[in-house]
Every structure is written in C-alpha cells, then in structure tokens.
Design a protein around this ligand. Structure first.
Ligand code: CO
Length: 523
C-alpha cells in the first residue's frame, strides 16, 4: 500500500525559478486504475472496523454517506459508462473513535427487475444499451431511475438522488430502501429532482436544503425549492418557485448565496435522434455549440433581497461546467462563482470502451473564478488552478459565503488530464496549495470536508477564514474513499483538513467502484 503521505510543500506549483512546470509523464498503472471497475458482491451491516494506520479521531461523530455505481456488468454485458451503474450506498458511522461500515444497493424498480431476470433490461442515459443492437433499443425511451448520484439526509430519511427523476427514500440506519418518495406531495410522479442540493448554513435563520428540478426542452423550466432541515419542521417545503428560460437546459449542479441561486447554462445542443433510434444514450445526444457562449441564470432566492424580481441572464465565459465549488456576494456587490471548467463537453462516444479511455484525448477540469458585475452584467474570468481537478467543496459553514479554503480531488501531475489521485487544499486568498497524494497505486473519490464539531447553537455563517464559533475555517477533517490498486479494494483515508496530514487509513472489506457524491451527516 503506497498511500503514505507525500505531502507537497506549501505553495507547490509556484516554481521558485518562475518557469512554468513542464508536463511530467503520467505515473500510474492503467491496470490499477481500471481494476476499480467491478461489481460490488456483498452487502455488509454495521461491520466494526479499525484503522490499519493512525487513529480515528474520537471527535468525529456522525455518518459519511457515499453514493455511486455498484453494479457495472450483468450477464457479461457491461455498462457503456460507469455513470449508468446501479446505486450502491456506503455508510461509514463514526462514534467516539469507533467506526462501522454498512453498504446496500438501492432497490430501484430497474435493479429489482434486472436482479430477477438476471440480465440487462433497460438502456442507460450515458449510452448503455440492452443486448441486441439498435433494433432491440430503438423507441425504448423509458428512463431507468438508478438513484446513483448523491445521498443526503432530509428529516428522518436518507434520499438517494438521480437528477432525471424522483428521489428514493432509505432508512438512514439500515440503508433499506423504503421506495420512491414524492416528499409529502411536493413532487409530481417522475418529476426531475436535482442530485445537487446545497445546504444553506443559515443565511436566513435556520439551515435549509436548497435544490431544484429541471424540465428541459426548447423552453426549459427550473423549479427552485427550499426545505427546512432542522427540528420538527425538517423536510417541510419553505419556498417553491418556477422559472422558464429559452433553450435546452443541461443543469447538473448550481450554487447558492444568501440572495441568489446561480445556474450556469452551458452552450449545448440536444439532438435526440440517436437516442430514439437506439444508437446512443440520451446524454450522448448532447453536443457543445462551438463558438457559442453559455449563460448564467441568476434566480433570486425567496428570502433574499431580490425576492420577487425576475431572474437575471448574463453571458458566461466559454467552456463546459458540471460542478461548482461555491459562490458568494462580495462587499462591492459582485457575485463570485468558482466552478470547474472543461474546454468542451467530455463524452464517451458510442464505439469506445470506457475502461480503455485515452485521458489525453479528453479535456481536463480546471478551477476558475467568474466575477459577475451585476451593475454592468459583465463577467471576468480568472484561472485559480491549472491542475486537473473535480469534486470540490468548501467548509459547509461557508456555503454561499466568501470561503478561504477549498478541498478537491486532483491529478498527480500538475498539468494534463489524468485520473484523480490526490487531494488538494487550496487557499483561495493566497493561492497557497497543499496536496496529499495516493499515487502511484491509489485513486481518489470526492473529498468530504467535515468541520470540527462545535457547541450546539453556535452554527451559522462567519467571516472569511473562520467558520462558525470563531474556529479556523480549516479546522476539521477531509474524508476520502481511495481505490487501492495494490489491494484491489477501497480504503477510507482521514486527513487533517488544515495540514493535509494523514490521520488514519482504514482498509475496508469492500471493493467500491469510483463513486459520485456523498455527504456528512452529524450525529
Ligand atoms: Co455531480
């Protein structure tokens, strides 16, 4: 196992000689990387685990929930893209230095039917086809709600999210599937519900879960919803507004500030012909419109200063964005949005096996800052980090506010597109960076920053550099699942969020394919 800390010196990347670093050759073994693509064969219930190295911090109290594809092959028939794999939830429960692991597949209608049949019965959005070629797939436009993108606690239930349809409700302790939920009548059957809710830490009093659903078409409708998250009210709908925009909307993520919900509508076209004819998945029918700009859609939040006003539409820089790090309003009134930009929409063509993908042929994600001047409706763009990155987050207490630090998954090399093998802490004020690396044989998932627990009642927004209760914004831990190519299994790595030093490594008795998103639920 070679995930010993290879902590880089601070200010890595700002070469003392002033010269740009030359691209180094990639230093990972493709067989290690691709060995993570496999089916999860077991479901575990509250298995106690101990650290192989280091000590699990006794102050960590709560559950890390992770979602991602756990089934990638059935009857010898592979998914075309791992994002088409069925949801498997992992729960890592921390209490007083002890740790328990549970994992369960979400019992979606599609998963149950395919388990019973022992074969693939549904197409996937990212290009998975049923066996039998286009003839067997043409005109089958059913969506298989695979529930595999995010998992979040809301009230007494855990929601497994997939943006094109309804959430699945799970038991937070046992992970048993309760079934599709329409959230007490808030949603219509099969209504789209984003897999990227944002937790407002208290911009307007109590914390809230802010989220959206998109009905895409020649004119697209965005429904913005805010739910209470605390006390007896948890799960109650507090705000609900819908807005229509011209054009086909592909909105995977969004960002919030106290006054705005920020959407970045990429310049994409959707031609469903290949999907209808059984040749492509729906997402493969998206293509970028060369030379055309995307648009920021700024939607006033119901409790904010601009409530009741029309959304503002502002031209965005070129590029394609799946995920945002954060957004905030600064003292001058500018709206600042930090996002991971790709030069183009990255897609895996119908004839390509994802396990043999050529990383050099795909654009890498880079963290960029858009500063939107609301008075002039102009946008300036700044590159914050050239290193290939994805899955970035700030301290949850700084969501929607000026945050000093971000944590994200990055490639080992400082330039070029590679699998994600390291976790970087970036100081958004000074540009200083610290990196913990799992290279050469480890591959990282999305990092989740968990703040040091604070006295109850002390939660709430605070000044930049300090989180609530006046403690440093980087006080806490970063939890990350690492695919260990040497062990062909997954490790949980606990990092000190301030120093990026390794606190503990727990070798899981589980091999979890690369996942999507997860959340921390405090005890
Ligand atoms: Co996402």
């Amino acid at each position: 196992m070679t995930v010993a800390p290879s902590r880089a010196s601070s200010s890595e990347g700002s070469d003392a000689a002033g010269a740009a670093p030359a691209p180094a050759p990639a230093a990972y073994d493709r067989a290690d990387w691709s060995s993570a693509f496999r089916n999860v064969g077991v479901e575990l219930s509250a298995v106690p685990l101990s650290a192989a190295r280091g000590t699990i911090p006794s102050e960590l109290s709560g559950t890390l929930y992770r979602n991602g594809p756990g089934r990638l092959e059935r009857g010898g028939h592979w998914v075309h893209h791992p994002f088409d794999g069925d949801a498997m939830i992992t729960a890592l429960r921390f209490e007083a230095g002890a740790l328990q692991l549970s994992n369960r597949f979400v019992r979606t209608e599609g998963w149950l039917a395919e388990e019973a049949a022992g074969k693939v019965l549904f197409r996937g959005v990212f290009g998975t086809q049923k066996p039998g070629g286009p003839i067997a797939n043409a005109f089958d436009l059913r969506l298989k709600n695979i529930a595999n993108t995010q998992v979040v606690r809301l009230g007494d239930q855990l929601l497994a999210l997939w943006e094109a349809s309804s959430p699945h409700a799970l038991d937070p302790d046992t992970l048993e599937t309760r079934g599709i939920t329409l959230l007490d009548g808030v949603l219509k059957p099969d209504e789209a519900f984003s897999a990227h809710p944002r937790l407002d830490p208290g911009h307007h009093g109590e914390p809230r879960l802010v989220t959206f659903g998109v009905k895409a078409g020649p004119t697209s409708t965005v429904r913005l919803m805010e739910f209470a998250t605390s006390g007896d009210q948890a799960g109650q709908l507090l705000a609900d507004d819908s807005y229509s925009f011209k054009g086909f909307a592909f909105l995977h993520d969004f960002a919030i500030t106290p006054n705005w919900a920020v959407f970045l509508q990429n310049a994409v076209a959707f031609n469903p012909l290949g999907f209808v004819l059984g040749q492509k998945g729906a997402a493969q029918c998206l293509s970028s419109k060369p030379g055309q700009q995307g648009q920021f859609w700024l939607v006033p939040r119901a409790s904010g200063a601009f409530a009741g006003q029309k959304p503002r539409l502002i031209k965005a820089p070129e590029g394609f964005v799946f995920h945002h790090l954060n957004a905030f309003e600064d003292a001058s009134g500018d709206l600042v949005v930090d996002s991971i930009f790709y030069a183009d929409f990255p897609s895996i063509g119908p004839d390509v096996d994802f396990r043999t993908i050529d990383f050099d042929s795909l654009p890498e994600g880079q963290l960029k800052r858009c500063r939107i001047d609301l008075k002039t409706a102009s946008v300036s763009l700044e590159l914050l980090e050239p290193r290939c990155c994805e899955f970035a987050m700030v301290n949850p207490a700084q969501q929607g506010l000026a945050a000093r630090y971000g944590w994200m998954a990055v490639a080992e090399r400082e330039l070029g597109n590679d699998p994600l093998q390291a976790i970087e802490k970036v100081d958004l004020l000074s540009g200083e960076r610290q990196v913990w690396s799992a290279s050469p044989r480890g591959f990282v998932n999305e990092p989740v920053m968990v703040p040091y627990p604070q006295a109850s009642g002390a939660a709430g927004p605070a000044a930049t550099g300090t989180a609530a209760a006046g403690q440093p914004e980087d006080r806490g831990w970063v939890l990350v699942l690492v695919w260990n190519g040497a062990r062909c299994a997954s490790d949980l790595v606990i990092l000190d969020a301030a120093t990026m030093a390794e606190q503990a490594v727990v070798e899981l008795p589980l091999a979890i394919p690369y996942g999507l998103h997860g959340t921390w639920s405090p005890a």
